[in-house]
Design a protein around this ligand. Structure first.
Ligand code: ADP
Ligand code: MG
Length: 277
């Protein structure tokens, strides 16, 4: 699915130097798509992340669980460039230093983020939302527009199928159910062909049926992109992780445990800090 996006953009960074960011050029030839080592973030002296180390393999769907305040959202903020870590190493693939790129450059490099609240264009149809989401840097290639249109249409159809919104293509986004809106927003992210998709509590506020449909969608995305999913709903985590998938448990700004869901659920430290009652 990751066709080489044409063109490149230049962005500044904290040092005032420029980096060339080529979409689709994350080097994952050997090793992880995401590598975090000893990341620390403090807010007014409070350590939200404390020597956090975590890596995600290319193609992996990693579930992250942990109590409120564990630092899960802050960790995603570091990955997307919204928050600068005070210390630590953060790489996307082998070559992109996330601590030296700004938010637009990181998004351009292939990191897509889904927030809890859907942000679709309510007055537009589902199809138009997907079209708008793909518009991004099209103006660079006005000359190629005719050729791209067919490609964009093909991608919209693929995304409608993945998100199971074929029947809603002509509906106004404002008329969709909560679950359909969430799937549309993921579809809008997919139009950008992300290599790493971050989802922060995507099942929050969903009915059981909507949650199951979301699990089906994320399952279908395996192989299209790597994913990091923060979630509280343990049935949803179980559906995504299966018997063999790795689950990371965060607490107090660091990784408390990592392993299969079954293994972390039996871990004494996890039971004490999170799952215990
Ligand atoms: P989680 O997503 O695991 O619930 P967060 O990353 O949202 O945890 O928060 C971790 C801790 O950092 C919490 O104690 C939270 O209050 C604090 N925190 C997060 N963002 C900020 C901020 N911008 N300013 C001050 N404190 C913050
Ligand atoms: Mg959070």
């Amino acid at each position: 699915m990751n066709a080489l996006a044409p063109g490149q953009s230049v962005s500044g960074d904290a040092t005032g130097m420029s980096h060339f960011v080529v979409p689709g050029a994350i080097d994952t030839s050997h090793g992880p798509i995401l590598y975090l080592e000893n990341i620390s973030v403090s807010f007014d002296g409070f350590r939200a992340l404390h020597d956090l180390s975590l890596s995600i393999q290319t193609g992996e769907l990693r579930c992250i669980i942990g109590p409120n305040g564990a630092g899960k959202t802050t960790m995603m903020d570091v990955v997307t460039g919204k928050t600068r870590p005070d210390a630590g190493v953060a790489f996307l693939g082998q070559t992109l230093d996330l601590t030296r790129l700004d938010e637009p450059a990181i998004a351009q490099a292939g990191v897509g983020r889904k927030f809890q609240k859907p942000t679709v264009f309510e007055q537009h149809t589902v199809w138009e939302n997907l079209e708008l989401a793909s518009a991004g840097d099209k103006r660079w290639f006005a000359a190629l527009r005719a050729a791209l249109t067919g490609e964009v249409r093909r991608r919209i159809e693929e995304v409608l199928s993945l998100t199971h919104l074929e029947a809603q293509a002509a509906s106004q986004a404002g008329q969709l159910s909560h679950g359909q809106k969430q799937r549309l927003e993921i579809g809008m992210l997919l139009m950008q062909q992300p290599q790493l998709l971050l989802l922060d509590e995507p099942a929050a506020g969903m009915t059981d049926e909507e949650t199951a449909q979301l699990a089906t969608l994320l399952d279908k995305l395996r192989g299209h992109c790597s994913m990091m999913v923060v979630e509280h709903d343990m049935a949803f985590v179980a559906a995504l992780a299966g018997d063999a998938g790795r689950v990371t448990v965060m607490a107090e700004g660091r990784v408390l445990a990592e392993g299969t869901l079954d293994a972390v659920q039996r871990d004494e430290r996890v039971i004490e800090s999170y799952l215990g009652r």
